[in-house]
Design a protein around this ligand. Structure first.
Ligand SMILES: [Ca+2]
Length: 372
């Protein structure tokens, strides 16, 4: 996203695999005029750019990192001293106001739309052989890789305009204290900052030049630095993992990531579900959230009824609930599906059932165009 306004929040990428549910929820809230207004009116008392050169905790962190990594040239200290605080990043991390409702129909419409479908088709046509090679290597289907790269960055068109060094340093040392998981998030972003400094050093060039999302996610697949390190693949064989410029590396890395988080070849992601109102125990069905927990038999015993091939499913299922706005304010009824372990695997990329559903629907719609 070039302009990360509240109405066009870039998705928080696979940083969420390390438990950023609360954050992700923030990214999911849909455009809310009141919220946008509030953020415009907020006085930017702390907005003046200030560097971390004299920030005690940041400098201590950098010195320790230099020592731990054996960076005798003081790489971390040098670059953290040049990092600047980004007030906009802090604002984007604030939790959504209470009572904000989510809207699957509106969310879907942002991602499954003609422009993105056409870009997806072009991406598939251009990279068909690579997508097939990734499927053979990692068991992850082309449509899923195409869905993820499409939702994340519109096939590389919106990879983020924030300086990654500034964004990560801001989140590592000025994470909004009022956030319910501020301590955990601070630790997370400090680890990502350390990984980023190591990555930039290994790749050459100045850390200052790297651009990404406001959360520090980078490149076509919006990988966080630690995931670049863990799951990045040199899939075009040029000797380096380049997720900023190489679609092949991005394709291979996304597929490898999903394989690592449990994607099972051939298993559907979800099934339609209908309710038997006489026996429905919605509270019990929703209690495990999106974690697949119920056998087909126990799912149906609680009033969530399946049909056709779903009845032959052998693994656990989750009842996935998607809001379509606030019913009290004219919103549509909620959408429900039976999510499998593969649905869950997609949410390891970005901890959100709305995200997973958009990825699935975009990827499969592009596949239908491709096969036509
Ligand atoms: Ca490469």
């Amino acid at each position: 996203m070039n302009r990360p306004t509240p109405s066009a929040l870039p998705l928080l990428s696979n940083c969420t695999t390390l438990a950023a549910a609360a954050l992700l929820v923030t990214a999911l809230w849909l455009p809310n005029p009141a919220q946008a207004q509030a953020s415009k009116q907020r006085p930017d008392s702390a907005a003046a750019a200030s560097s971390y050169a004299r920030h005690e905790a940041a400098q201590r962190f950098a010195a320790e990192l230099d020592l731990r990594q054996g960076w005798s040239d003081g790489w971390a200290s040098l670059w953290l001293a040049r990092a600047e605080r980004l007030p906009q990043v802090i604002r984007l991390m604030a939790p959504a106001p209470p009572g904000t409702s989510k809207n699957w129909a509106a969310y879907r419409a942002r991602f499954v739309e003609p422009r993105r479908l056409q870009a997806g088709l072009r991406f598939w046509q251009q990279h068909a052989a690579t997508l097939q090679r990734a499927e053979e290597a990692y068991g992850v289907p082309a449509w899923l890789v195409v869905g993820i790269i499409g939702v994340e960055t519109l096939y590389g068109q919106h990879t983020g305009q924030f300086r990654v060094l500034d964004a990560l340093t801001t989140l590592a040392f000025d994470f909004p204290a009022e956030h319910p998981r501020a301590a955990q998030r601070t630790e997370f972003f400090r680890a990502e900052l350390a990984a980023f400094l190591a990555l930039a050093r290994a790749q050459g060039g100045r850390p200052q030049d790297w651009r990404g999302s406001y959360a520090g996610a980078m490149g076509l697949p919006q990988f966080m630095p630690s995931n670049w390190e863990r799951f990045g693949v040199d899939f075009d064989g040029d000797g380096r993992v380049d997720l900023l410029n190489s679609p092949s590396d991005a394709i291979g890395s996304v597929a490898r990531y999903l394989q690592a988080y449990g994607w099972q070849p051939g298993m559907p992601t979800h099934y339609p579900v209908r309710f038997d109102t006489a026996t429905l125990d919605l509270e019990a069905l929703l209690a495990p959230d999106i974690l697949p927990t119920f056998s087909v038999a126990s799912f149906e015993a609680k009033g969530a009824m399946l049909d056709g091939v779903a009845l032959q499913h052998t693994g656990p299922l989750a009842l996935v609930e998607l809001e379509n706005g606030d019913p009290a304010q004219g919103g549509a009824p909620r959408t429900y599906v039976a999510g499998t372990e593969n649905f869950y695997a997609i949410t390891r990329y970005n901890w959100s059932s709305y995200y997973a559903m958009a990825v699935i629907e975009l990827g499969q719609a592009v596949e239908a165009l491709w096969r036509r």
